[in-house]
Design a binder for this molecule. Structure first.
Ligand code: NDP
Ligand code: 8X3
Length: 258
């Protein structure tokens, strides 16, 4: 993990869950972190936590809506000079609003997922990759899902976005194959975060019920896998890591309406 010291890491979706844990764990190992999300107050809380735990580490907050290309561009224009060269990009922001069969999918929920989970990945990467290629170094880590290899009823469009994430990740790896830029996919299973509150449109009780009924892991377990992939010797690429709770041997072993 020590290789990550003094590197600059940009994390989307850092206001909660996996992104927040990732920012903390990278900072604990001495990386400077740029934390991005829409909720500035949550980013300010996280900045406070990192400042207290890791006083020598630099932190910069970016309030950014990754479903909006202009907001992404404005966020990158606001970066301080120390963050101009990003060593590790973690494309983590993602949502799954609704527990709907395909026959019931709304256009609004589909657009939210397509924009947040797929197009954002491309737009954010486009802001970072050219300079990585110029320097001939860097790691891009895309947070997929076990549902990116096996779809599940009532999660069809979300699964489709994570299949797409896998396709984009593999394509990027081929397109950068003759460089020293590394492209990684991390595929979590059930992780206890705000993901299910969002999936249930803010219904905390429904989310709590879900996590009571299902095996889950804390977001720190995924953050450590992300840090592992980012801190390998540059000659080595961790192409894909799945991180699931014991008891979720297959993505279908879960009932979101439990
Ligand atoms: P959380 O809901 O806890 O975190 C999601 C993060 O994404 C938040 O920081 C949120 O910040 C951010 N986000 C959402 N929409 C936008 C947007 N339009 N613009 C900017 N930021 C946005 O969920 P997780 O930590 O669990 O999710 C992180 C990733 O992990 C996602 O890609 C998810 O698909 C994936 N994943 C999660 C699993 C789980 O079981 N939890 C399992 C498999 C994969 P804000 O609202 O402040 O903008
Ligand atoms: C979400 C995975 O199994 O919690 O990516 O729906 S699951």
């Amino acid at each position: 993990f020590e290789r990550i010291k003094d590197q600059t890491v940009f994390i989307t979706g850092a206001s909660s869950g996996i992104g927040k844990s990732t920012a903390i764990v990278f900072a604990e190992f001495g990386a400077n972190v740029v934390i991005a999300a829409r909720r500035g107050e949550k980013l300010a809380e996280l900045e406070g936590i990192i400042n207290q735990k890791c006083p020598t580490v630099k932190v910069h907050k970016v309030v950014m809506d990754v479903s909006n290309e202009e907001s992404i561009k404005a966020g990158f224009e606001s970066l301080p000079s120390w963050a101009a060269d990003i060593d590790v990009l973690v494309n983590n922001a993602g949502v799954s609003p609704g527990v709907e069969q395909i026959k019931d999918l709304t256009s609004e929920n589909m657009d939210t997922m397509l924009n947040t989970n797929i197009k954002s990945l491309v737009f954010v990467t486009q802001q970072v990759l050219p300079r990585m290629l110029q320097r001939d170094s860097g790691t891009v880590i895309n947070i997929g899902s076990v549902l990116g290899s096996a779809p599940r009823p009532t999660a069809g469009m979300y699964s489709a976005t994570k299949f797409a994430l896998s396709a984009i990740t593999q394509t990027l790896r081929m397109e950068t194959n003759d460089t020293n830029v590394r492209i990684v996919e991390v595929k979590p299973g059930i992780v206890q975060t705000e993901f299910n509150v969002v999936r249930n449109f803010g219904d905390q009780e429904a989310s709590d019920k879900f996590y009571e009924a299902m095996p889950s892991i804390p977001p720190e377990d995924v953050a450590e896998a992300i840090l592992f992939a980012a801190s390998r010797d540059p000659r080595c690429v961790i192409t894909e890591i799945s991180v699931v709770p014991k008891g979720q041997a297959h993505p279908l072993l879960i009932q979101p309406n439990a």
